[in-house]
Unconditional design. Structure first.
Length: 190
């Protein structure tokens, strides 16, 4: 399990910040455990918190009124979980975030976090970098859907989520790739 400080050290690689800035905010984060299939947030709920994954894996997905699901992303240790777009738009969550295996995350109330970091230069730079990285991830995923074959998307998935692949049910992987479970089985055999 990653400690909160280990997660901070990983984020330091993309947006350096003095330890004292992190130490001011760190007490706001509380470790919370999630059982397998337990939700971090469900669609329709108002997002009041976000988290940093300490251990385990979460899937981030959409669900239609008829129950069809589309996997948007997976998050493992050190990853950020929450409903960022909905938080920015101040709308109920359209996204579901669910633990795939027993997991834990350092959870913080959005209101408390932003009261602590607003107007602080290092945090403004940090949040900008995080937003840019999420934009790049989304842009790369869109590019893969438009330009890659299913086999190339599967290879990209394996490269990005190699430490999680064995813990993710195949039908979630197929959904993430935009293919049927049968097509995924054929890809895995070849």
């Amino acid at each position: 399990m990653l400690t909160l400080n280990q997660i901070f050290q990983n984020y330091q690689k993309i947006s350096p910040m003095p330890q004292a800035e992190w130490d001011r905010v760190a007490p706001l984060f509380q470790l919370k455990t999630f059982d397998k299939k337990e939700f971090f947030i469900k669609d329709g709920e108002t997002a009041t918190h976000f988290g940093l994954v300490a251990q385990g894996f979460f899937r981030i997905y959409y669900r239609s009124d008829e129950g069809k699901e589309w996997v948007k992303a997976f998050r493992g240790p050190g990853g950020l979980v929450g409903t960022y777009a909905e938080i920015l738009q101040k709308i109920p969550a359209r996204t579901l975030v669910q633990a795939l295996i027993p997991s834990s995350a350092y959870v913080v109330a959005i209101k408390d976090f932003f009261e602590m970091v607003n107007g602080r230069l290092y945090w403004e730079m940090f949040l900008k970098t995080i937003a840019e990285n999420h934009f790049i991830q989304k842009e790369n995923r869109e590019y893969q859907f438009l330009k890659f074959s299913a086999a190339q998307r599967y290879k990209a998935f394996q490269d990005e989520y190699k430490e999680m692949e064995d813990d993710i049910p195949l039908f979630y992987i197929a959904s993430y790739l935009g293919i049927t479970p049968q097509a995924l089985s054929r890809l895995r055999k070849s």
